[in-house]
Every structure is written in structure tokens, then in C-alpha cells.
Write a protein that binds this ligand. Sequence first.
Ligand code: G3P
Ligand code: CA
Length: 244
Amino acid sequence: MQTQHPIIIGHRGAAGEAPENTLASFALALEQGAQGIELDVHLTKDGEIVVCHDPSVDRTTNGSGLIMNQSWGDLKALDAGLWFSEAYTGERIPLLREVFELVPRGLLINVEVKHAYEGRMEKVLLAFLRESGRLADVVISSFDHKVIQRLKQQEPEAKVGLLYAANLINHAAYAKQLGVDVHSLHPYHHGIEHEDVAAANAAGLATYPYTVNEIADYKRLIACGVTGIITDYPARLKSLLQAQ
Ligand code: G3P
Ligand code: CA
């Protein structure tokens, strides 16, 4: 039986080959054929949405401290490329708006909310997405499922996805008990089996397992029929799909 090809979603851009969550990383993912990107967001002291995985800038920049204690003016002066390679010196932590300007309309942008900031993130993010006119391109995911529930309650047009590492017995049933219309499941890829994907499909849920980097795992998930694969190596997945 011919299975549908999953879409390629570049994790933090092309985080295996470029400094994660930078414009260079997102540009590389798109060049390599990704049809979507995944990114992580935090809120600055002055209410800007910035793209960074950790709550602090210590690991991925030449600065230090929590994002929530710094203004956008402070953060934009930091180098977010040098830690990865000298070739990326000068890359910055991007604003979410800058990533939206880079990614062509129609491609998937998976925005992962890392922290609720006492409900402020939901308000600021939804205001931004409404103004962008790109709600249809965006899937908002989070490990915090109360955030997902509240986002959907506040904006019924938002597409929301459940992110989790647990090997659930019944993924679709878990999504249903949230009481809001969930768009997609974003499970850790290891335990995913064909029957999980079939049940999700039957419940109208898309499936975007993370973070998949090995050829054997790509093949297993393609055979399961997942909707998309979140990967640090878009080019690697693209060549496998082209060979199939
Ligand atoms: O969204 C999928 C994946 O990015 C979740 O884990 O730690 O890479 O943000 P993490
Ligand atoms: Ca993430």
C-alpha cells in the first residue's frame, strides 16, 4: 500500500546544521526543502515575543540571564551564532515577527509555547497571530496542555497541538478529553505505532512526532503514515523521501 509522504518540519530550523532558532537556521531549513518549521517562544521584559528554546540566553548566546528579565533592546545585541560555529557570528535571537517575514505564506509554522508568563504569553501571541493574518499557517503547541486549552478557548480559529513525551495508551482519547478542538498530536517519536496514527487519523488529528533524526526512525514513521516529521536535518529526510 502506498503511504502518503509526511511533510518535513525543520526543528528550530535546521538545528543539526545551523544555530538553532536563528534566521540562518530557518532559512537553511527552507532551502533544504522543509515545508514547515518548528520554533520556541518566550516573552521579554518589555512584552516582545522572541524565538529561543531555553528560558535563559546562557546556552545559545554570548550573554547570560533570563529572557523575562531583559528587554528586546538588550537581547538583540547578543550573538546567537558564535556558540555553534564562527561561520554564524552575528546571528541574533530573532523576534517571532522576523521569522514570519522570512517564511513564505502557506508554509507551516509550529510555534511552541515554552512558558505561560501567567497568561500574558497567550494574549500577546494571539494578538500577534490575528494581526499577522496567518492563523491558518500556524500550529501552536505546548507541553503545558492548560495553555493549549486556554488558547483555543480564547481564539477558536487557532490550530492547537498537544506536545508530550509520555507513551499514551490512547492518544486520540487524551486529546478529546481536553474539551476543545485539538488540531494535532506532537508525541515523542519513540513509542509511536501504526495503530496510534490510524486512531489519530480516524479522530481527525494530524500527527507530528518529534525530534526524529535517524534514517531508521524516518522509515518507521513514514510507514506509520504520520502527517509530518519534526527533524533537525531537513535535507536528510528530504533525500530519503525523494528516494522512495
Ligand atoms: O516541538 C517539538 C520539540 O521541539 C519539543 O521539545 O525540547 O526540542 O522543545 P524541545
Ligand atoms: Ca521545541
